[in-house]
Design a protein around this ligand. Structure first.
Ligand code: BES
Ligand code: MN
Ligand code: ZN
Length: 493
């Protein structure tokens, strides 16, 4: 894993393998570089045909212009002052260009805390790779850059705090990516519970785990019904961070389906290939709670993770079964592939019992979310306009792409059942919305609740882009951390 540090050394005289400098579209270099060197480099870049387009990488042997043998320029784009998201992407492009180097200094412009944070976040997220399961047959590829010095003053409190926040947040996102990328055989529900316990070792977070017997004793009928088709028993995980002088309580709920075969309503093979990602909401909760505790935020956070493997074994639930959710409401299960809402219903009822100020769940809940919003935008739905807007605003501050959706009256109507209180599928139209309508039934109307459908952004099947790798992306982690900060700061009142 790449490590980042602050350095206020003169870039051209620092002993590193590579010096990374931001350039504008007129090939202007940062003013920390001596004027004569700047003008020489400008001419070299022009000769090489550099354009300074955002994220464009040009490598130049320093030829004595700097102690570092290699100068890497990265285009800042038309705006010499890129915003935080643009900066994260630029820094990620630079980090990838540094593969195989040991050390580098990156200077994109005047070192403000905002720029330090965005640069370090981009470097750490961009340098991510998942190698845990590479075996003897793996071709050696260049390692991610080991150490990156980010321009900034280590003695300045604001600079140091910005770097520290970037590290904690990026490490949480990368840890969530690891959990999502781990093959489902290696991460059944009981292992996911162990991962939650391991993640918060040394931190003031308590973890409670319901095993299958305890789940049965407490009547968690949704989790048990989905879990009963698998040889790997289900779990419910509760993580609690309760610092002194907390400003309120945030409940985070994450869908933890460690593998979604669809159950007896079996998915076709193609649709199953990526279904190890169906615990991305759970990964986001585990890693966000960890980060919130590491940051020492003054807010109570309770993480709830219902986790199951959805399999079609001999004990599997059948289409037509009626199950009883925690709290007593009954559900007619007509499609066993609409399983996420069943386990989330148990967890939402249980989470609301503790009367938190805000409940936010994240779930890879519907293929319909991918149809509606594509694979880079999450859907935000809620039981009130104000809470939906507030949660969306937090997602924007965090730099995650999300958009608003309604929970229309007719979506709820399609869930009416003749034999139970509610059905687990609607009429097939607006599937993301009827899933949200189902969840809303299990949250008391007076309790503020928002739902994030992260089915698209949680897993990147395409090529890497910006700071997003192939595979698990760590979606919702940054929004969850931002929500805790915003609640602590009174921005969610
Ligand atoms: N885990 C899936 C949703 C999903 C699809 C996540 C694609 C990520 C990528 C969920 O459990 C599911 O199977 N949903 C069904 C619901 C339907 C049966 C009402 C779906 O979307 O097809
Ligand atoms: Mn499913
Ligand atoms: Zn699922």
């Amino acid at each position: 894993m790449t490590s980042v540090k602050l350095s206020n050394a003169d870039p051209v005289s620092l002993e590193v393998d590579a010096l990374v400098l931001g350039i504008t579209e007129d090939l202007t270099l940062p003013s920390v570089v001596p004027a004569a060197t700047r003008s020489l480099l400008h001419d070299i870049l022009e000769t090489l045909g550099a354009k300074g387009k955002r994220g464009e990488i040009t490598k130049v042997p320093s030829g004595g212009l700097a102690i570092a043998p290699l100068i890497v320029t990265v285009g800042l784009g038309e705006n010499a002052e890129p915003d935080a998201e643009q900066t994260r992407r630029i820094a990620a492009a630079a980090a990838k260009a540094l593969d195989g180097t040991r050390s580098a200094l990156i200077h994109l412009g005047e070192a403000t805390p905002e720029r330090i944070e965005a640069t370090a976040t981009g470097v750490l997220l961009g340098a991510y790779r998942f190698t845990a399961f590479q075996g003897a047959g793996t071709k050696a590829s260049p390692k991610a850059v080991a150490t990156v010095h980010v321009s900034g003053n280590p003695a300045n409190k604001a600079d140091a705090a910005a770097l520290q926040r970037a590290k904690i947040v990026a490490e949480a996102v990368n840890a969530a990516r690891d959990l999502v990328n781990t093959p489902p055989s290696a991460l059944p529900p009981e292992e996911l519970a162990h991962a939650a316990i391991d993640a918060v070792q040394q931190l003031p977070v308590t973890v409670e785990v319901w095993d299958e017997d305890h789940l049965a004793e407490d009547d968690f009928g949704g989790i048990l019904a989905v879990g009963q088709g698998s040889a790997n028993p289900p779990r419910l995980i509760r993580m609690e961070y309760a610092p002194k002088k907390a400003k309120g309580t945030l409940a985070l709920v994450g869908k933890g389906v460690t593998f979604d075969s669809g159950g007896l309503s079996l998915k076709p093979p193609k649709a199953m290939e990526t279904m190890k990602c169906d615990m991305s909401g759970a990964a986001a909760v585990i890693c966000a709670v960890t980060a919130i505790a590491r940051l020492g935020l003054k807010v109570n956070v309770v993480g709830w993770i219902p986790t199951v493997e959805n399999m079609p074994g001999g004990h599997a639930q059948r289409p037509g079964d009626v199950i009883t959710i925690y709290g007593g409401r009954t559900v007619e299960v007509l499609n066993t592939d609409a399983e996420g809402r069943l386990i989330l219903a148990d967890a939402l009822v249980r989470a609301a019992e503790e009367e938190p100020d805000l409940i936010v769940d994240a779930a890879t809940l519907t293929g319909a979310a991918v149809v509606a919003l594509g694979d880079r935008t999450s859907g935000v739905m809620a039981n009130g306009d104000d809470v939906r807007v507030a949660v969306w605003e937090s997602s924007q501050r965090a730099g995650e792409v999300m958009w608003h959706l309604p929970i229309p009256e007719e979506s709820r109507g399609t869930l009416d059942s003749h034999v139970a209180d509610i059905k687990n599928i609607g009429d097939g139209k607006g599937g993301m919305l009827s899933a949200a309508a189902f969840l809303r039934e299990f949250v008391p109307a007076e309790r503020r609740w928002a739902h994030l459908d992260i089915a698209g952004p949680a897993f990147n099947e395409g090529a890497p882009y910006g700071y997003t790798p192939k595979g698990g992306t760590g979606a919702a982690v940054r929004t969850f951390i931002q929500l805790a900060e915003d609640l602590a700061a009174g921005r969610l009142d």
